[in-house]
Design a protein around this ligand. Structure first.
Ligand code: ZN
Length: 183
């Protein structure tokens, strides 16, 4: 890159560091001819990522929208907002590095699931049930089976909001259970 002062073509890099958000590299340079200093930045070429939805409609890749879906899946789960942001950043970086300008919403969903699977299985299943186009109940059951085969303690079912798991249907049932438990 030419020196902005004398247009000499060679410069020496004095210092090179990533910017705070790790999306670009800042280089402090010194012109070999006039010795004046200037700064250059190296960053990704800005590519508009287009998401192709199931109905083949297209929309711009929307970080915020993806994050909302992820937040919903991670509600009351031990996946921190920082981890959620990191998932989306990783996905966006993967997509941009792949150089594709169009990506299916399905592929994005699968990427999210890939990351969630390693973090929290409940969040994974929640996200999968919304996003993955489970054709029928049996496929969902299959997916659950695959997961429980890994026998992770994180898989213990969570009660749906408004419904309590393990709650006996009636008071009589509860009394019967109590009786059974006591010798
Ligand atoms: Zn110069």
């Amino acid at each position: 890159m030419k020196c902005p002062f004398c247009e000499h073509s060679n410069s020496r890099v004095l210092d090179s560091r990533e910017t705070e958000d790790n999306t670009s590299i800042r280089r402090r340079r010194e012109c070999e001819a006039c010795l004046r200093r200037f700064t250059t930045y190296e960053r990704y070429e800005e590519i508009t990522l287009t998401v192709v939805k199931k109905d083949m409609s297209r929309e711009k890749f929307d970080r915020a929208k993806l994050l909302t879906g992820l937040q919903r899946a991670c509600e009351k789960r031990p996946v921190t907002p920082g981890q959620q942001e990191a998932i989306i950043s990783s996905i966006e970086r993967d997509l941009r590095q792949a150089g594709d300008t169009e990506v299916s919403s399905r592929r994005i969903g699968e990427k999210v699931m890939h990351y969630l699977k390693g973090l929290d299985l409940v969040a994974y299943i929640r996200f999968a049930s919304v996003c993955k186009d489970f054709q029928d109940v049996s496929r969902f059951a299959e997916e659950l089976q695959n997961l429980s085969a890994r026998s992770s303690p994180a898989l213990s079912p969570e009660p749906e909001p408004g419904r309590t798991a393990e709650e006996p249907a009636t008071n009589e049932e509860a009394a019967r259970r109590r009786k059974r438990r006591s010798p």
